[in-house]
Design a protein around this ligand. Sequence first.
Ligand code: WT7
Length: 571
Amino acid sequence: MESVQSRTVDYQQLRSAITWDVARRELGVVEGGSLNIADLCIDRHVMAGRGDKVALVHENHEGELRRFTYRDLMLLTNGWAAFLRGLGIRNLDRVCLFLDRVPELYIGFMGILKLGAVVEPLFSAFGEDALHSRMEDSAATAIITERKHLGKVRRVRERVPSLKTIIVIDQEADGRPLREGEVAYSMMANQLVTFPAFRAFPETPSVLHYTSGTTGKPKGAMHVHGSVFAQYLTSKVVLDLKDDDVYWCTADPGWVTGTSYGIIGPWAMGATEVVLDAGFSSDRWYQTIEKHRVTVWYTAPTAIRMLMKDGLDPVARHDHSSLRHMCSVGEPLNPEAVRWGREAFGLDFHDTFWQTETGAIMITNLPGMPVKPGSMGRPFPALEAAVVDPRSGEPITSPGRVGLIAIRPPWPSMMRTYWNNSATYYGKFLNGWYICGDQASLDRDGYFWFCGRDDDVINTGGHLVGPFEIESALLEHEAVAESAAIGKPDPVNMEVVKVFVALRPGFTPSADLELSIMNHVRKRLSPLAMPQEIAFVDKVPKTRSGKILRRVLRAQELGQPIGDISTMDDN
Ligand code: WT7
């Protein structure tokens, strides 16, 4: 298949040329045959004589660089797989990754898959409650972490009975004693020439990613080894990756962008990937593009808005002439952000829409397809997607009418279930469509325009935060009697968390109490979930059956009509 970057694409023609079968054939997998993501993303390249190619360029906070070739990855993932097997970890066991963006995170991810175990990536800034609920739900057997996060893991250990082993990757450098059930592992000291990758099939579980919901604890979207067909093909067609590309995905592997397109996709394509393990600053980001001569860049609207805030001067101070393609994901990409990108880099940011549950890009602006600023683009050519009526599930064809974004199953990277929660999984389908839970409309050209989520989930900087999780954490605070969490519009982060709190008798609102409540949520859950604003109220609006009416609070906040409140409890 020829590159689509340099010419205007004929969308209809792509729809007939691009099928999932193309991915299977190009990856050399026999129909109905076995495969393993780690083998396809790593060993396959070494066997084809590309072992010396750099797979990972890692830059830490101090600017120190480490390079890993595909051959290095092969030896190191063999080492990981053998070590984990030696611990008694078997295929399908859940193994958590709880690490900053160190090389062990990326390489350990593939080592777990090579063994045939299930990877459960967890964001390293998670607090105890967030860590606990996910590990408990998945009944994880092992967790790979580093000294700086070991304290948190130790504090939840008692409450996760399935957890047998805690693996510490930087024990050498630390030296403080480990406890029973904790083992040290030094990745670089464990390179192994062979390890036969577990013979998985397309339906064999691979990655378990937790995502926030509205009504309950986070849900674990279970993915399978066959997902690689979708991640490969979308990396090729949407990200336009080729094997001479230097690719930078700014997302953390605690979230699906950081695994589907921060690990699997680029390595399936045999590209060179850059990882920056440092906080955000516009100068540092432009330096990264300049220093590594990044050609393809995948980032998020919140990051783009932060870059925009710093203006065009820092852009001009750096050489970004290597860039040839830019994509964005996670939240609506504002038309101003697209226009700014054109001015700053002379290129379009190509929006991509998808979810933890979909595993790969679903709706997008393909390279070479005219970008309409503010639109998410059109369905990935191998897919059927529509905007459907929320009641009947029938596609809405009249332009501009809002409905629900729907995708026709199956596709290779679709979640196969929510772990332990198949009832919720089956509830996601209507009239033969998978319903994403987002609202959109179509225009005359078949482009999708995002309107908003169809539920109460808060999207802050591209990361979903469940109001239920926040409210549960708030209830653990001694001063809180009831609470409700909503997303409040924010110019940079799209939304920030705002909470409404009714206090217990004996507590009065104060600045100190506000701080204490904010910190409580940050420590229990994560910095992203921390409320930026707290309103003290006498009571929280609820239905007669006790469901929190967040939409009433949201409407009040935005000065919009409150809508139907016939079910509201007015006592
Ligand atoms: C939700 C999924 C998949 C990558 C990161 C998020 C929102 C995602 C877009 C976009 C508008 C978007 C939706 C979606 N979202 N991409 N291009 N335009 N909204 O994964 O945490 O599972 O969140 O993020 O609401 O349902 P996630």
